[in-house]
Ligand binder design. Structure first.
Ligand code: MN
Length: 229
């Protein structure tokens, strides 16, 4: 192997349920406002504004078993519980009818958001990265293979904070369904094996504090639990 001038950067690999192999992550995409109830709680009209995309950095992922360190420069860090899709192939201009062929599996993740920084960015028309793509901003579960569970179009998704249910929804409430997300995103960028896409959060987003215990679940797909430290 060629020598590097410093140690190779951390390159995240997600575990795969019931498989002795890991999933190397290439890119992390996110869908904004993909559940009507969440769009409304954030002050938007889901009938007039389509969902959209943004990105986090792959090394922002927190692997299963690790905790979430409260980030600097924010007093208002919000949880957003989301189903993610993991791709084992990709391409450009993928038709909706072929999109599920790219899906390796599914998992659950939290799209942590420095809401105060995001709001400043929105107000000033600036990019969202400093509100979204910070260290440890995406705790993620292991991947459950589509070859095991298929492609669930409906499943309850929820998040408990310190034992109290704060977010609830169902995957069937997504405005863009998974095949539409993949098809639409592939019009903008070339998708590839190793990409994961967080598919948006249901309503009930809110702040976390150090010491909180968060437990997320998607019926029949995945579990995630960690502490805010
Ligand atoms: Mn989100």
């Amino acid at each position: 192997m060629t020598e590097t001038v410093f140690a190779r950067p951390f390159s995240p690999e997600l575990p795969v349920q019931r498989l002795d192999a890991v999933f190397p992550v290439r890119r992390v995409y996110c869908v904004g406002r993909n559940y009507a109830a969440h769009a409304v709680e954030m002050g938007h009209d889901p009938d007039r504004e389509a969902p959209f995309f943004f990105q986090k950095n792959p090394d922002n992922l927190v692997l299963p078993g690790d905790d979430f360190p409260y980030p600097p420069l924010s007093e208002d860090v919000h949880h957003e519980i989301e189903c993610y899709v993991a791709l084992s192939s990709g391409g450009r201009d993928i038709p909706v009818s072929a999109a599920l062929e790219c899906v390796y599996g599914y998992g659950i993740a939290v799209d942590f958001t420095r809401r105060d920084l995001q709001q400043i960015a929105k107000d000033k028309g600036r990019p969202w990265e400093m509100g979204k793509a910070f260290e440890h901003s995406a705790p993620a579960s292991a991947i459950t293979r589509a070859s095991v569970i298929g492609h669930p179009a409906a499943a309850e998704i929820w998040l408990d904070r310190n034992g109290a249910r704060v977010q609830t929804g169902n995957l069937d409430q997504m405005i863009w369904k998974v095949p539409e997300i993949i098809a639409e995103l592939s019009r903008y960028v070339a998708l590839a094996a190793g990409d994961i896409i967080l598919t948006g959060t249901p309503s009930g987003v809110g702040p976390v504090q150090r010491g909180d215990r968060l437990v997320g679940h998607i019926e029949g797909i995945a579990d995630l639990s960690f502490s805010v430290i």
